[in-house]
Design a protein. Structure first.
Length: 270
C-alpha cells in the first residue's frame, strides 16, 4: 500500500512544498521516516518511523529532531542499564531515540490521550514495545484530580496546562477536562517501578510541580533536562531545588523553541 501511495504521489508530482500538498500527501501516506544524525555512530540505521496523517504530526516528526540537538546529544550518553522517565513524551520522539538506539528502559509519561494514541503507534512501528512503558496520565506535586486545559483537540499538539490555560497560548480554546494526576514518587511506589537514572521534564507549565513530586526519585537521577523560561522565578526555584538534591547546573540550551523557553541541563557530579 505504501509503495502504491508513493507511486501515485510521484505521478501527480506532489512534493509537499505547500500546506495543501503536504496535507494531501499525509492523507495518502500517513507515515514518515526521519534520520537522526546524532545516532549515526551508534546505530547502522539511525532512523525513526512516525505515524503522521496531517501537517502538525508531519512537522513534529520531521522538524522536532533538529530543534533540540543538545537533547539528542544528551540521549546518546545513555546505555542499556539506564532507566529513562520521559515526562511530557508527546508522540514519543525522545522515548524512541533512547529505546531504539541505546536499548534503554523507558517510561513515557503523557497526559494527552490524543498524543498517547500516536505514541502507541510510534512505539509499535519502531519495535520498541519491550523497552517503552506508556504511563497515560499527568504528574504533579501531589496525587489528586485536576483540571487540564487543552490548547486544541489535535494530535501532536502541546502547550496544554494544568489548573489554568498556558500563558504561552494567545487564544485559549476554552476546552477543559478533569484528569487524574500523580506524584512521580507515588507512581514508582504503587506500581513498583525502577527509579530513574535519566529524567526529562517538558510539560509546558507545571514543570517545577512535577519536580516537587519527584523528591525520592531524584536520589537516583544522574542527569536531567527540564524546560523553563530563562528569566523567571520558576527557573531560580528549579535551580535551587535541584541543587538541594545534589544535581549541578550544566547549561541552558536555547534550541529553537518558538515560545521562548530553554532546556536546563543538570547532572550529578561524582
Amino acid at each position: 500500500m505504501r509503495i502504491t501511495a508513493r507511486l501515485i504521489l510521484k505521478i501527480l508530482r506532489i512534493h509537499g512544498r505547500t500546506r495543501w500538498s503536504n496535507e494531501f500527501i499525509q492523507s495518502i501516506d500517513p507515515s514518515v521516516t526521519v534520520e537522526v544524525p546524532e545516532f549515526s555512530s551508534i546505530s547502522n540505521d539511525p532512523t525513526i518511523w512516525f505515524r503522521t496523517g496531517h501537517g502538525r504530526l508531519f512537522w513534529r516528526a520531521t522538524e522536532s529532531p533538529s530543534l533540540d540537538l543538545d537533547t539528542n546529544r544528551w540521549i546518546t550518553t545513555f546505555n542499556k542499564n539506564d532507566v529513562f522517565y520521559d515526562v511530557g513524551a508527546n508522540i514519543g520522539l525522545y522515548s524512541i531515540m533512547a529505546a531504539k538506539f541505546l536499548c534503554t528502559t523507558v517510561y513515557a509519561v503523557e497526559i494527552d490521550l490524543m498524543n498517547t494514541r500516536m505514541l502507541y503507534e510510534n512505539i509499535y512501528m519502531n519495535s520498541c514495545q519491550d523497552k517503552i512503558t506508556v504511563l497515560p496520565f499527568g504528574l504533579d506535586s501531589s496525587s489528586h484530580q485536576e483540571k487540564l486545559f487543552l490548547k486544541t483537540m489535535s494530535y501532536g499538539d502541546a502547550l496544554h496546562n494544568l489548573r489554568q490555560p498556558s500563558d504561552m497560548v494567545i487564544n485559549p480554546s476554552g476546552i477543559e477536562i478533569c484528569v487524574p494526576v500523580f506524584r512521580l514518587d507515588d507512581v514508582i511506589e504503587i506500581l513498583r517501578l525502577p527509579s530513574p537514572t535519566k529524567l526529562k521534564i517538558d510539560v509546558d507549565g507545571v514543570d517545577f510541580d512535577v519536580l516537587k513530586g519527584s523528591a525520592n526519585a531524584l536520589k537516583t537521577v544522574t542527569s536531567l533536562v527540564i524546560e523553563y523560561m530563562p528569566s523567571s522565578d520558576a527557573r531560580d526555584e528549579i535551580h535551587n531545588f535541584l541543587s538541594d538534591h545534589g544535581l549541578t547546573f550544566d547549561f541552558d540550551s536555547i534550541g529553537e523553541h518558538s515560545w521562548g523557553t530553554v532546556d536546563g541541563f543538570f547532572s550529578r557530579k561524582s
